[in-house]
Write a protein that binds this ligand. Structure first.
Ligand SMILES: Cc1cc2nc3c(=O)[nH]c(=O)nc-3n(C[C@H](O)[C@H](O)[C@H](O)COP(=O)(O)O)c2cc1C
Length: 215
Protein backbone atom coordinates (compact mmCIF):
# COMPACT_ATOMS: atom_id res chain seq x y z
CA UNK A 1 0.00 0.00 0.00
CA UNK A 2 1.24 3.51 -0.83
CA UNK A 3 2.06 5.59 2.23
CA UNK A 4 1.90 9.35 2.68
CA UNK A 5 3.52 11.17 5.61
CA UNK A 6 1.86 14.43 6.65
CA UNK A 7 3.88 16.74 8.89
CA UNK A 8 1.98 19.30 10.94
CA UNK A 9 4.23 22.27 11.73
CA UNK A 10 1.63 23.98 13.92
CA UNK A 11 1.79 23.69 17.72
CA UNK A 12 -1.99 23.28 17.80
CA UNK A 13 -3.34 19.79 17.21
CA UNK A 14 -6.96 20.74 16.78
CA UNK A 15 -6.91 23.98 14.85
CA UNK A 16 -6.70 25.08 11.24
CA UNK A 17 -3.46 23.47 10.10
CA UNK A 18 -4.15 20.19 11.89
CA UNK A 19 -7.65 20.06 10.36
CA UNK A 20 -6.21 20.62 6.89
CA UNK A 21 -3.77 17.73 7.58
CA UNK A 22 -6.62 15.48 8.70
CA UNK A 23 -8.65 16.28 5.62
CA UNK A 24 -5.66 15.56 3.37
CA UNK A 25 -5.22 12.24 5.23
CA UNK A 26 -8.91 11.38 4.70
CA UNK A 27 -8.47 11.98 0.96
CA UNK A 28 -5.40 9.73 0.92
CA UNK A 29 -7.26 6.97 2.76
CA UNK A 30 -10.24 7.28 0.43
CA UNK A 31 -7.83 6.62 -2.42
CA UNK A 32 -6.82 3.43 -0.58
CA UNK A 33 -3.40 4.50 0.60
CA UNK A 34 -2.01 4.92 4.11
CA UNK A 35 -1.59 8.31 5.77
CA UNK A 36 0.23 9.19 8.97
CA UNK A 37 0.15 12.64 10.58
CA UNK A 38 3.23 13.67 12.55
CA UNK A 39 2.86 16.63 14.90
CA UNK A 40 6.29 18.24 14.78
CA UNK A 41 5.87 20.03 18.12
CA UNK A 42 5.71 16.59 19.80
CA UNK A 43 9.12 15.67 18.40
CA UNK A 44 12.25 16.47 20.39
CA UNK A 45 14.62 17.86 17.77
CA UNK A 46 16.52 20.89 16.55
CA UNK A 47 17.65 22.18 13.18
CA UNK A 48 20.80 21.20 11.31
CA UNK A 49 23.93 21.36 13.51
CA UNK A 50 26.34 21.77 10.60
CA UNK A 51 28.25 18.59 11.49
CA UNK A 52 28.59 17.82 7.73
CA UNK A 53 28.54 14.06 8.36
CA UNK A 54 26.07 13.96 5.43
CA UNK A 55 28.78 15.43 3.15
CA UNK A 56 31.84 13.52 4.46
CA UNK A 57 33.86 11.71 1.76
CA UNK A 58 33.32 7.94 2.21
CA UNK A 59 31.38 8.77 5.39
CA UNK A 60 28.92 6.16 6.63
CA UNK A 61 26.27 8.86 6.90
CA UNK A 62 26.88 10.37 3.47
CA UNK A 63 23.50 11.62 2.16
CA UNK A 64 21.78 10.97 5.49
CA UNK A 65 21.33 13.08 8.60
CA UNK A 66 23.62 11.57 11.26
CA UNK A 67 22.08 13.32 14.25
CA UNK A 68 20.15 10.74 16.29
CA UNK A 69 17.45 12.77 18.04
CA UNK A 70 13.65 12.46 17.90
CA UNK A 71 13.56 13.40 14.22
CA UNK A 72 15.84 10.55 13.06
CA UNK A 73 13.12 7.82 12.92
CA UNK A 74 10.78 10.27 11.19
CA UNK A 75 13.37 11.05 8.51
CA UNK A 76 13.76 7.28 8.00
CA UNK A 77 9.99 6.92 7.62
CA UNK A 78 9.90 9.72 5.07
CA UNK A 79 12.71 8.15 3.07
CA UNK A 80 10.58 5.02 2.73
CA UNK A 81 7.30 6.86 2.02
CA UNK A 82 5.63 7.57 -1.33
CA UNK A 83 4.54 11.13 -0.61
CA UNK A 84 5.17 13.94 1.84
CA UNK A 85 3.01 16.83 2.95
CA UNK A 86 4.40 19.71 5.01
CA UNK A 87 1.79 21.93 6.65
CA UNK A 88 2.53 25.17 8.48
CA UNK A 89 0.80 28.27 9.73
CA UNK A 90 2.45 31.54 8.74
CA UNK A 91 4.25 33.03 11.73
CA UNK A 92 5.78 36.50 11.34
CA UNK A 93 5.73 36.21 7.53
CA UNK A 94 7.38 32.81 7.39
CA UNK A 95 6.60 29.17 8.11
CA UNK A 96 7.01 28.27 11.79
CA UNK A 97 10.56 27.98 13.10
CA UNK A 98 10.00 24.30 13.81
CA UNK A 99 8.93 23.73 10.20
CA UNK A 100 12.09 25.46 8.98
CA UNK A 101 14.26 23.29 11.27
CA UNK A 102 12.51 20.22 9.87
CA UNK A 103 13.07 21.28 6.25
CA UNK A 104 16.79 21.83 6.94
CA UNK A 105 17.23 18.39 8.46
CA UNK A 106 15.14 16.70 5.76
CA UNK A 107 16.55 18.26 2.62
CA UNK A 108 20.17 19.28 3.22
CA UNK A 109 21.63 15.73 3.37
CA UNK A 110 20.03 14.91 0.00
CA UNK A 111 21.52 18.00 -1.65
CA UNK A 112 24.95 17.10 -3.03
CA UNK A 113 27.67 19.69 -3.33
CA UNK A 114 28.36 18.62 -6.91
CA UNK A 115 27.90 20.23 -10.31
CA UNK A 116 24.17 20.97 -10.76
CA UNK A 117 23.44 20.08 -7.09
CA UNK A 118 21.93 16.66 -7.83
CA UNK A 119 19.51 15.06 -5.38
CA UNK A 120 20.51 11.79 -3.76
CA UNK A 121 17.13 11.27 -2.08
CA UNK A 122 16.13 7.59 -2.38
CA UNK A 123 12.99 8.70 -4.28
CA UNK A 124 11.77 11.87 -5.94
CA UNK A 125 8.85 12.02 -3.56
CA UNK A 126 5.51 13.58 -4.48
CA UNK A 127 5.10 16.57 -2.21
CA UNK A 128 2.49 19.09 -1.12
CA UNK A 129 2.61 22.18 1.07
CA UNK A 130 -0.32 23.35 3.18
CA UNK A 131 -0.18 26.96 4.36
CA UNK A 132 -2.68 28.51 6.77
CA UNK A 133 -2.69 32.19 7.68
CA UNK A 134 -4.60 35.04 9.20
CA UNK A 135 -4.43 37.35 6.18
CA UNK A 136 -6.74 37.26 3.17
CA UNK A 137 -5.83 35.73 -0.18
CA UNK A 138 -5.35 39.21 -1.66
CA UNK A 139 -2.87 40.25 1.01
CA UNK A 140 -1.11 36.90 0.86
CA UNK A 141 -0.66 37.31 -2.90
CA UNK A 142 0.90 40.73 -2.30
CA UNK A 143 3.09 39.77 0.65
CA UNK A 144 4.09 36.13 0.53
CA UNK A 145 5.00 34.81 -2.96
CA UNK A 146 8.72 35.01 -2.11
CA UNK A 147 8.12 33.23 1.18
CA UNK A 148 6.45 30.25 -0.55
CA UNK A 149 9.14 30.04 -3.25
CA UNK A 150 11.96 30.31 -0.70
CA UNK A 151 10.39 27.71 1.61
CA UNK A 152 9.92 25.28 -1.27
CA UNK A 153 13.31 25.79 -2.95
CA UNK A 154 15.14 22.93 -1.22
CA UNK A 155 12.08 20.67 -1.32
CA UNK A 156 11.78 21.17 -5.08
CA UNK A 157 15.52 20.58 -5.50
CA UNK A 158 15.54 17.18 -3.80
CA UNK A 159 11.96 15.95 -4.41
CA UNK A 160 9.12 16.87 -6.78
CA UNK A 161 7.77 20.41 -6.87
CA UNK A 162 5.06 20.70 -4.21
CA UNK A 163 1.38 21.17 -4.88
CA UNK A 164 0.21 24.18 -2.80
CA UNK A 165 -2.93 24.24 -0.68
CA UNK A 166 -3.98 27.34 1.21
CA UNK A 167 -6.36 28.32 3.98
CA UNK A 168 -6.52 32.12 4.22
CA UNK A 169 -8.17 34.33 6.79
CA UNK A 170 -8.30 31.55 9.36
CA UNK A 171 -10.23 31.63 12.61
CA UNK A 172 -7.48 32.24 15.15
CA UNK A 173 -9.12 32.02 18.59
CA UNK A 174 -11.86 29.82 20.04
CA UNK A 175 -13.51 32.94 21.45
CA UNK A 176 -12.75 36.28 19.77
CA UNK A 177 -14.36 38.21 22.64
CA UNK A 178 -11.57 37.21 25.04
CA UNK A 179 -8.71 38.76 23.08
CA UNK A 180 -7.59 42.17 21.89
CA UNK A 181 -8.42 42.08 18.21
CA UNK A 182 -9.09 45.38 16.50
CA UNK A 183 -7.61 44.53 13.11
CA UNK A 184 -9.98 41.71 12.12
CA UNK A 185 -13.77 41.70 12.41
CA UNK A 186 -14.97 38.69 14.41
CA UNK A 187 -18.18 38.36 12.37
CA UNK A 188 -16.27 38.35 9.10
CA UNK A 189 -13.95 35.75 10.60
CA UNK A 190 -16.90 33.61 11.63
CA UNK A 191 -18.37 33.82 8.13
CA UNK A 192 -15.04 32.75 6.69
CA UNK A 193 -14.85 29.86 9.16
CA UNK A 194 -18.35 28.64 8.33
CA UNK A 195 -18.33 29.15 4.56
CA UNK A 196 -14.77 29.21 3.27
CA UNK A 197 -12.88 26.89 5.60
CA UNK A 198 -15.00 23.83 4.70
CA UNK A 199 -14.09 24.51 1.05
CA UNK A 200 -10.41 24.70 2.00
CA UNK A 201 -10.75 21.36 3.78
CA UNK A 202 -12.33 19.94 0.63
CA UNK A 203 -9.36 21.16 -1.42
CA UNK A 204 -7.00 19.42 1.01
CA UNK A 205 -9.09 16.23 0.76
CA UNK A 206 -9.00 16.29 -3.04
CA UNK A 207 -5.27 16.99 -3.01
CA UNK A 208 -4.86 13.88 -0.84
CA UNK A 209 -6.79 11.76 -3.34
CA UNK A 210 -4.85 13.28 -6.24
CA UNK A 211 -1.47 12.68 -4.65
CA UNK A 212 -2.22 8.97 -4.37
CA UNK A 213 -3.50 8.81 -7.96
CA UNK A 214 -0.35 10.55 -9.18
CA UNK A 215 2.04 7.99 -7.63
C1 LIG B 1 3.36 33.88 16.52
C2 LIG B 1 2.32 34.06 15.44
C3 LIG B 1 2.65 34.82 14.32
C4 LIG B 1 1.73 34.94 13.28
N1 LIG B 1 2.09 35.66 12.16
C5 LIG B 1 1.26 35.70 11.10
C6 LIG B 1 1.65 36.38 9.90
O1 LIG B 1 2.74 36.93 9.77
N2 LIG B 1 0.77 36.40 8.87
C7 LIG B 1 -0.46 35.79 8.95
O2 LIG B 1 -1.21 35.84 7.97
N3 LIG B 1 -0.85 35.13 10.07
C8 LIG B 1 -0.02 35.07 11.12
N4 LIG B 1 -0.40 34.38 12.27
C9 LIG B 1 -1.72 33.68 12.28
C10 LIG B 1 -1.61 32.21 11.92
O3 LIG B 1 -0.80 31.99 10.78
C11 LIG B 1 -2.99 31.65 11.57
O4 LIG B 1 -3.92 31.94 12.57
C12 LIG B 1 -2.88 30.14 11.34
O5 LIG B 1 -3.99 29.66 10.64
C13 LIG B 1 -2.74 29.40 12.67
O6 LIG B 1 -2.67 28.03 12.46
P1 LIG B 1 -3.26 27.00 13.54
O7 LIG B 1 -4.71 27.36 13.68
O8 LIG B 1 -3.02 25.67 12.98
O9 LIG B 1 -2.50 27.24 14.80
C14 LIG B 1 0.46 34.29 13.35
C15 LIG B 1 0.14 33.55 14.52
C16 LIG B 1 1.06 33.43 15.54
C17 LIG B 1 0.70 32.62 16.77
Amino acid sequence: MKNIIIVNGSPRKNFNTAKMCESFADGVKNAEAGAEIIHLYDVDFKGCRSCFACKLKNGKSYGKCAYLDGLAPILDKISAADGLVIASPIYCSDVTGVTRCFIERLTFPYFEYKEGYPSIAPKRLKTAMIYTMNVSETISNQMYPDLFNKTEFMITTVFEKPVRIFAYDTYQFSDYDKYVMETFDKNEKLKQKEHQFPLDLKKAYEAGENMVKSI
